[in-house]
Design a protein around this ligand. Sequence first.
Ligand SMILES: N[C@@H](CCC(=O)N[C@@H](CS)C(=O)NCC(=O)O)C(=O)O
Length: 231
Amino acid sequence: MEGEKSVKLHGMWASPYVLSVILALKIKGIEFEYIEENLFNKSELLLKYNPVHKKVPILVHNGLPISESTIILEYIDETWTDPPHLLPKDPYLRAKHQFWAAYLQQVSEMLGKTLTEGEATDEFLNEYTKKMDVAEEFIKADMFPNENYPSFQDAKPGYLDIMLYSFFFGASEIVEEFFGFKLLTAEKYPFLASWTKALSQIPEVKDVIPPKAKLLELFHVMRQRHLQAKS
Ligand SMILES: N[C@@H](CCC(=O)N[C@@H](CS)C(=O)NCC(=O)O)C(=O)O
């Protein structure tokens, strides 16, 4: 098949955006070559392929670069048309998946920015908790009204699962390390915690998650760099 000729992914090991593309490729069973980028010293290829944002992930398919993780996920699903499908075919369901994935990404970006650049003020924590409460209540009501919790016994993870996992798999430990409280506890967020746990047990997912200790170390370095740049 033409779509299978050559797939390369430019990424960075700790990036949740890159992780989402890796998960999509693994779940679809697409072979690819992974190219690790140094974001402090970007390669000529990265700058050539994504001169606008200069960011990873970049998927290069038969020599053609595609940027922006959500666009890449949709491209993958539309190019490799065999199941499993990442997004539902029904336009309304599809829109709902995209809506909640964008919401989760936004909440995670808010946390990431505070972790690397700011303090966990009461205002931030209130705002963040409110957003997580919304995710817990409304995603369950909207996406899984008849099931108790998502299960992957008979189905592969799709677009929304990939987004949830990529953006929240390490969040609990990182928040605990920096802000001193647990984020995704089963007591407070039974739906989100059970969903993330179910995902973490899937072989494609287990294979690719970055080591948490290394991730924490990176957050410390990024925070330090930011503080130094400010002073
Ligand atoms: N909206 C982009 C965000 C990608 C992104 O922020 N990538 C980061 C790594 S996590 C990056 O390449 N940063 C390099 C830079 O900002 O110079 C996407 O969804 O792909």
